[in-house]
Write a protein that binds this ligand. Sequence first.
Ligand code: C2O
Length: 506
Amino acid sequence: ADVREYDFTVGWVNRNPDGQHERRVMGINGQWPIPTIHATVGDQVVVNLKNELGDRPCSLHFHGLYQNGTTHMDGVAQSTQCPIPANSSFTYSFNVTQPGTYWYHSHVDGQYPDGLRGPLIVHDPENPYADQFDEELVLTLSDWYHDEMPGLISSFLSVTNPTGAEPVPNSALMNDTQNLQISVEPNKTYFIRIVNMAAFAAQYFWIEGHSFRIIEVDGVYHKPQEADMIYATAAQRYGILLTTKNYTNENFAIVGSMDQDLFDAVPEGLNPNVTSYLVYDNAAALPNATLVDEFKPFDDVLLEPTDELALFEEPTLSYTIDMKMDNLADGVNYAFFNDITFVRPKVPTLYTVMTSGNLSTDPTVYGVNTHPLVLEHNQVIELVLNNHDPGKHPFHLHGHDFQVLARSDDDSGDWDPEALRNGSVTFPSTPMRRDTVLVRPNGHFVIRFRSDNPGVWLFHCHIEWHVDSGLILTFVEAPLQLQQKLAGKIPDDHYDACRAQGMPYK
Ligand code: C2O
């Protein structure tokens, strides 16, 4: 195992990724797109971060990594650390134990869509598919806004927007650009790691004239499934094997198309598509993407993990979340889990765990508005999510992946446990696993995970607008075990960051 050390200075740079509008974006070491973090299973990753944004704090979260034993490196502002103040430094250090396709992004509310997000790839010397491909590529998808987030957020969360209509992106990007050309050779197989780093928009993704095999989902290997289109929500990843044609002198469009069902109103002139090209022949023309009138993506719930991990046993805790959007007395539209809209605690939840002794198992010490759920160690936890909103939402759990037991179609209403008893629904015996799952409009899902990772872990909608409007809850997992694990291990830069906010840490 190696130490992969990265020195990252975060600062502003100017870019015009869609060719329509130049703006400042958050770069790293003067670069944007920001660098990809590479590691191999077993490595230690060290990121020495310097915040030179000048006027605002930041943080980094390593999306999808378990951070087992290092929940204080999860990077979530006001949950696992105070955000890193301007003109100061902070070191992230953790071991990577999972292979696969991940990403990293700021976890200060509303911040990553301004550019502070990039891929994180964990290479696997034991990749079961290693002999099935010749080359590896990373392809990021994202939506893009011409305006900076702080201004967009204040108009989103205002009385002038009582319906909670989310700002619609100005364009879509692949690898932070458009019209990207990817040169390929005939008769070769490419392992393409697709990461959707969007603030909001899911994308349909396909490669004209080609089908592919899905083998990895959010870092979990799955048995190969042939597909010709996938649907990747914000924060989801797919690893696919693409075998090129034996012979051709044609080139093909690679298309990402933002799911416009997410948008309350589609602005005139919006181009929801981003096109890249699979280039077999430099001398041949680049084709126009053909329009699709019906999207038929592969249903991820049909996948089966290669390790055939069996359905977890009956849960010791099954928690049902009814989610909705609604207005509070201030006339602003917020998002609610069981009538609680999340508010960031002043003191990071992790530090409350560390300083509250035996009281740490009492959820009330964390404050009602963090929506704390205290979990015991090594239990099976079930989450039932009922979506009482006509929108689609991608839900992400920190510190874990989870089994997806059931997911409804649009408008099928709340989960009904009776359906399981009377056999009209059955849970798969080896459910697919991932860390971010879609719930459909006025539908539901049921997921399970094992509380085998003491820590403070958020569960939230990964649409950044809904992070801002409160669609978050906090798992405080095995707090007593966590106190023991982390005793004396939280480095000083954590407390420095909090002191900068006026907290009385010595
Ligand atoms: Cu991509 Cu709370 O995370």
